[in-house]
Design a protein around this ligand. Structure first.
Ligand SMILES: [Zn+2]
Length: 548
């Protein structure tokens, strides 16, 4: 087997890894390079393989830096299936369309300039039609289900706790010299995050490809970040300013909504002061993504599911407003009332956040609160790094607002979280490849792993191919031992019974709720949740008969 690293090798974006086995070629992710013009140019280069020869893509999650070149792959000849979880498929539907929309609009704008200057016209990276074609190849699968892709390759998608639908992918590959198991971490979340389940600990692997974004950092605790955020909000509102939160439309925004909701419920003393302070979600994409979250409650963690079963929705509260139209968004900048605006893009490179920064960065009464990773070269990174002035839409803006960077909201595990995950393997993997991190982060994490576990990690820098040969040959049964153990069967059976219980409880609550007047939208939401659970029960049922 060979692994060729083609993205996320010198930075954190453009994730794309080519696996070549005896008779098969497939990709792990096909993400977009992001962060600077130089990065953007990489997106236009030829792929380092023939897209027509790729049999399928295994997609870890919907973030554009992992999925954004899928339409390009299709445009250049890929015809296979794109496997991902249900929730990822749902998110892709809005995210890839949004990406195509941005590509088309930017080219339109460039071409108007080109035309005026007598320069040749340029083509978008891909169009909405390419995106539609890519979406038609998306094949959703369920978490924890063993799926046979062909005679030689089986896969399992496990929860990665990073964003809704995110997965750690286990790939079982049969070749002449036996069976190898490759584990691709995708992006790993932290444990005990709101809404999402914890990243699954995988016990066995021959080869591991692992992210290392925060391989050299320790996050502050999530609860500390929430307290700080609340303090910032109170301070800013009291002095008559706005709180601007640049946030990734998918994941971070929903987590912030969840946290604000909890905060309002738990602090009645502050509720009065904040009762007229509106929280605006000013991003059409975040609004659509929040709807996807509300539709996919079946993959929420237990705590959040219970919350829903109590009859409340964790992603809604009285002061929350979603703004869709441009007019609504522009109106926020003329409204003198202090307010909280959560808007994207998260690194301030595009989208409505740029307008809000332009209208608030100069204002010493306002606060800008960063809650996610800011890549080198982005507007967000320069503000976090303390720039005195920045240029937005060609205008120089002085930075007078208070700037905060709260790392406890990160969707990525920190050094200790990453170490805990890699410590879960019971046998030493033959090779661990570190990708998806800045150079210092990868090097530092490799050192940490060496000291703690004695593993030699390979720090992947630049696009390199590795040929992997096993010293020990194992059989399919040995490779699958984790999946077909009595313990695994017990777990599957207990999950089925819990799904049955959930169904009964939901039906009971639905009857109660319908009696007390539920909106059609809410009834549809509940119906969707029940359908999803039912689907899961059926598929898990068939998995048990197969394996028993
Ligand atoms: Zn991600």
């Amino acid at each position: 087997m060979k692994i060729k690293f083609l993205g996320a090798t010198t930075s954190v974006t453009g994730s794309c890894h080519l696996i070549t086995t005896q008779g098969h070629k497939f990709l792990l992710d096909c993400g977009m390079f992001q962060g600077s013009d130089e990065m953007d140019r990489l997106n236009y280069e030829e792929f380092d393989f023939n897209p027509e020869e790729i049999e399928f893509v295994l997609l870890s999650h919907a973030h554009i830096d992992h999925s954004g070149r899928l339409p390009l792959l299709v445009k250049r000849g890929f015809k296979g299936r794109i496997y991902c979880t249900d929730a990822t498929a749902d998110l892709l539907n809005i995210m890839l369309r949004d990406s195509a929309f941005i590509q088309e609009r930017e080219v339109e704008w460039k071409n108007r300039k080109n035309q005026r200057a007598g320069r040749p016209l340029v083509e978008p990276l891909y169009t909405m039609a390419d995106t539609e074609a890519a979406l038609s190849l998306v094949t959703p699968v369920l978490y924890d289900q063993l799926i046979e892709l062909n005679g030689n390759i089986k896969v399992v998608f496990n929860d990665a706790g990073h964003i809704l639908g995110s997965a750690i992918i286990e790939v079982f590959i049969t070749e002449e010299d036996g069976v190898s198991k490759l584990v691709y971490s995708g992006d790993l979340g932290s444990r005990n995050r709101p809404i999402l389940r914890d990243p699954k600990i995988i016990k066995k692997a021959d080869y591991v490809i692992m992210e290392s974004t925060y391989g050299n950092r320790i996050h502050e605790r999530n609860s500390d970040s929430i307290e700080k955020l609340v303090d910032i909000v109170l301070k800013t509102i009291r002095r008559g300013g706005n709180v601007i939160i640049p946030s990734f439309a998918v994941g971070r925004t929903q987590e912030l909504i969840y946290q604000f909701n909890r905060f309002y419920e738990e602090h009645s003393e502050i509720q009065r002061e904040l009762r007229d302070v509106m929280v605006y979600i000013d991003s059409p994409m975040a609004t659509s993504a929040t709807e996807v979250f509300r539709r996919n409650a079946q993959v929420f963690d237990e705590e959040t599911k219970e919350y829903i079963l109590r009859g409340d929705h964790p992603l809604d509260f009285r002061n929350l407003r979603f703004t869709r139209t441009v007019e609504e968004s522009v109106a926020l900048n003329t409204d003198p009332q202090p307010k909280i605006i959560i808007s994207s893009s998260g690194m301030c490179e595009a989208g409505r956040i740029k307008h809000h920064l332009k209208h608030n960065l100069w204002n010493p009464r306002s606060s800008i609160v960063f809650v996610g990773y800011q890549a080198v070269g982005t507007l967000g990174r320069s503000i976090v790094d303390g720039a005195e002035a920045v240029t937005i839409f060609g205008e120089k803006i002085h930075v007078e607002a208070e700037i905060y960077n709260l790392e406890g909201f990160s969707g990525h595990a920190d050094r200790d979280g990453l170490l805990e995950w890699i410590s879960g393997f019971r046998n030493k993997p033959a090779k661990v490849f570190l990708v998806h991190g800045e150079e210092e982060a990868k090097e530092a994490f490799a050192k940490t792993v060496k000291e703690a576990l004695g593993y030699d990690c390979t720090v992947v820098s630049g696009n390199i191919e590795y040929t992997l040969a096993k010293d020990t040959v194992i059989s399919v049964e040995e490779a699958m031992v984790e999946r077909i153990s009595p313990e695994a069967l017990r777990q599957i059976k207990s999950r089925i019974s819990s799904v049955h219980d959930d169904l009964e409880r939901i039906l009971y609550h639905t009857q109660l709720a319908v009696g007390s007047g539920l909106s059609p939208q809410q009834i549809i939401e509940i119906a969707n949740i029940v359908l999803e659970l039912e689907k899961q029960t059926l598929k898990l049922g068939s998995a048990v008969t197969l394996e028993a």
